[in-house]
Write a protein that binds this ligand. Structure first.
Ligand code: NAD
Length: 313
């Protein structure tokens, strides 16, 4: 029997990191379905600008996902201004790339804090509100780096794998408790946002637009889908990688240069993004001006710099 589609109109959503990129596109898609949206972002100026552009069913609230009080205040403000939160999208995340052995500890800590602890905090705080109401849906934004380890983005891949494991485990607990809360995790390929700027290309795979991820999130809410691949065809690749002998699946990844997407990133193009990302956890700001940028020796003949991995096949 076909699943009954949920009606989203009138529901309240809270989106972390909603000022730009995938978060903003998701807010736009939700508003189009008649939802109300609270966007929380550490960049409150950009969040206010976005809310003003998206219209009166949107509010902007300051948020640092790594801070429990800030996250609680964000959910409080969303509920006071728009009503009980039916949907939380844990979208805020940063990706600072470069060779693992060159990564400074502060960069690793910042990614773990925002990409993992931010999601853990958000889930705990919203579940406190959703469980007594016995309704709600949490959408955690992972990545295809949450299923495949991406060279050049080791710590980022680790955080996104954690989001997958976390969502699966909490979903299991909620089922054991008999709680009627839905959980999804979303695994997009490269998306044309500031976070995804200057990355390498895999053969035969086109970058996504943020609206494509937003549409997949809307569909996941309607159909209560747990595992959301964007594009959908990526699920086949993942299954193939699971059943094929490692030698063949790694050979395939090398043949289409999937192992080069983060490793071949152009650090000059990414410079502004990397600087912004390095200021994304206010409590760690003392190290913010030393972003994870490739060294002088990685300079290329075109004047650009790669992420610091050599090109030996
Ligand atoms: P983005 O940089 O365009 O937007 C992320 C937003 O999160 C920014 O507005 C930023 O200010 C906010 N943010 C950062 N730290 C925060 C914090 N501590 N508290 C609150 N807000 C904070 O990035 P995006 O591409 O839209 O990425 C959104 C999510 O999608 C991330 O989790 C990312 O890992 C994931 N993702 C992105 C891609 C891609 O290629 N762009 C692919 C797969 C998954």
């Amino acid at each position: 029997m076909a699943k009954q589609q949920r009606i989203l109109a009138g529901e309240t959503a809270a989106i972390t990191g909603g000022a730009r990129g995938i978060g903003r596109a998701t807010a736009t898609a939700f508003l189009r379905r008649g939802m109300k949206v609270a966007i929380g972002d550490v960049d409150i100026e950009a969040a206010r600008q976005t809310a003003a552009e998206l219209g009166p069913s949107t509010v902007a609230v300051p948020l640092d996902v790594t801070d429990r009080d800030s996250f609680s205040a964000f959910l409080d403000a969303a509920e006071e201004q728009l009503g009980p939160v039916d949907v939380l999208v844990n979208n805020a995340g940063i990706m600072q790339i470069g060779r693992f052995i060159d990564e400074d500890d502060l960069t690793a800590r910042r990614m773990v804090d925002i990409n993992i602890h931010g999601v853990i905090l958000g889930m705990k705080l919203v579940l406190e509100r959703m469980i007594p109401r016995d309704r709600g849906h949490i959408v955690n934004i992972s990545s295809q780096a949450g299923k495949f380890g991406a060279p050049g983005g080791a710590t980022y891949s680790a955080t996104k794998h954690a989001v997958v494991g976390l969502t699966e485990a909490v979903r299991g607990e909620l089922r054991l408790m008999g709680a009627n809360i839905d959980l999804s995790y979303v695994m997009p390929y490269v998306v044309n946002t500031e976070l995804g700027s200057g990355l390498g290309q895999a053969r035969g795979l086109a970058n996504l637009e943020p609206s494509e991820v937003a549409d997949a999130i809307v569909e996941a809410l309607k159909l209560r889908t747990v595992e959301v691949w964007v594009p959908k065809s990526a699920k086949r690749t993942s299954l193939m990688a699971t059943v094929l002998p490692r030698r063949l699946s790694e050979g395939f990844a090398r043949a289409i240069r999937a192992d080069r997407v983060l490793a071949d990133a152009d650090s000059l193009t990414r410079r502004n993004y990397e600087l912004r990302a390095s200021r994304s956890e206010p409590a760690l700001n003392e190290g913010a001006d030393t972003p994870q940028i490739a060294r002088e020796s990685d300079e290329q003949p075109d004047g650009h710099r790669r992420a610091g991995l050599d090109d030996a096949a």
